[in-house]
Design a protein around this ligand. Structure first.
Ligand SMILES: [Zn+2]
Length: 391
């Protein structure tokens, strides 16, 4: 009865438990299987002649917080043709010293943002074993869908400071992680994807980096290029922040501190501020013509972004650019020049409403993974772990 329960707990089919040793830190379970007729792998004849037994120690899933070892009495058979061969077991892959389910457990633990060492400790194997298992996991790029977005993140991998992340913005899934963002590398990567697949892509989302747009035109000729909303809105945020910083320089120390502390009031949507904060914001703007004008432009631009009618967004966008260009505020003149240069691609963002929003979430996960995976310099492993834990 006792053995029956342990058998159920162990959940290995056709295994007999002969003995169990419980120690403080480990459990050893001695097992063997029933002898049966086998087919010789060499000549195909049937045999049930036992040649000999060997004891093999197999690591298994941790059991009751203890390291667990299965001590298997491994049977070898002998065939009339002279061939000697071992029994096959469902729970044990060929030439492995751990159960299949322990390998699965390790593969699954690798989805978490923890170090290889931590996984190794949890599974009672060496970090080298975990690394070797990690190297057997392979992800290929899924086929392209109608929308694709590209962004970079600072991965500090062996292949360069910046890595690229390809996302399917509609499905919100990572498609691939590329070792670097150089145009040559990206070109050779996209070249590998067959033409008909590339020609199906209708939307290509990226930031304001010319090489991305050039790549889009050459490899995805049927795609509308869209500048990601976060990336162009950020320009307005930077502009008003720079205006504030410039004005602060000519202020008294007390005033400077006040403006520095309250800079969030200027950045926030005015209509969403509490009355008290609105007043504080009003006072800050009252004494600074440039900041007041900058604030007006910022609020106006946010309104354009939130407008739901494309024709209005388009008209107002150009009107906004003209206003910013003649505002006399150099930070906004610069912003307006950028917007004018990228106007078609920015308007596409309004028109099609596709953003790179999900990428930001992935980037945060990557950041955590990067921090906890201190020691992953190997790009392939880094890529596998990102794809493994995000999809
Ligand atoms: Zn044989």
């Amino acid at each position: 009865m006792h053995n029956y329960c342990i058998n159920k707990l162990l959940d290995l089919k056709e295994v007999k438990i002969k003995n169990i040793i419980h120690a403080d830190s480990f459990v050893k379970i001695f097992i063997e299987t029933k002898a049966k007729t086998h087919t010789c792998p060499s000549c195909g004849a049937k045999t049930n002649k036992v040649h000999d037994y060997r004891q093999q120690t197999i690591r298994d899933l941790p059991f009751q917080m203890k390291d667990c070892y299965l001590i298997l009495r491994k049977r070898r058979y002998r065939c009339a043709c002279g061939k000697r061969f071992s029994e096959k077991y469902d729970f044990l892959a060929h030439y492995q010293q751990r159960t299949t389910r322990l390998t699965k457990y390790i593969v699954n633990e690798l989805r978490q943002s923890v170090t290889l060492k931590t996984v190794a400790r949890r599974a009672n194997v060496s970090a080298t074993t975990v690394a070797r298992i990690l190297d057997t996991i392979h992800y290929t790029c899924p086929s392209l869908k109608e929308a694709i977005s590209i962004d970079e993140f600072k991965g500090n991998a062996e292949t360069g400071k910046y890595q690229c992340i390809l996302v399917n913005p509609k499905q919100r899934s990572i498609m691939d992680i590329l070792p670097n963002r150089s145009q040559a590398h990206l070109a050779s990567y996209f070249k590998e994807i067959n033409r008909s697949e590339r020609y199906r892509v209708k939307y290509f989302v990226c930031d304001m980096w010319q090489p991305y747009v050039d790549l889009a035109h050459s490899f995805f000729p049927n795609a509308q290029v869209i500048i990601d909303k976060y990336h162009f809105v950020r320009q307005v945020t930077w502009a008003i922040e720079n205006v504030r910083k410039r004005l602060q320089k000519s202020m008294t120390a007390t005033m400077r501190k006040y403006y520095k502390r309250s800079h969030k009031l200027i950045l926030a949507r005015y209509k969403q501020l509490e009355n008290r904060d609105k007043k504080a914001c009003d006072i800050m703007l009252l004494y600074n013509d440039d900041l007041r004008k900058a604030h007006m432009l910022k609020e106006w631009f946010y309104d354009i972004c939130q407008n739901t009618k494309y024709s209005i967004q388009r008209t107002e966008f150009y009107e906004w650019i003209r206003n910013a260009e003649s505002s006399g505020i150099k930070e906004f003149e610069k912003c307006a020049a950028t917007y004018r240069y990228w106007s078609n691609e920015i308007l596409n963002a309004f028109k099609y409403g596709i953003t790179n929003g999900s990428t930001e979430g992935f980037n945060n996960k990557i950041k955590v993974l990067k921090r906890t995976s201190y020691g992953i310099h190997n790009f392939e492993r880094f890529r596998t772990r990102i794809l493994h834990s995000c999809n």
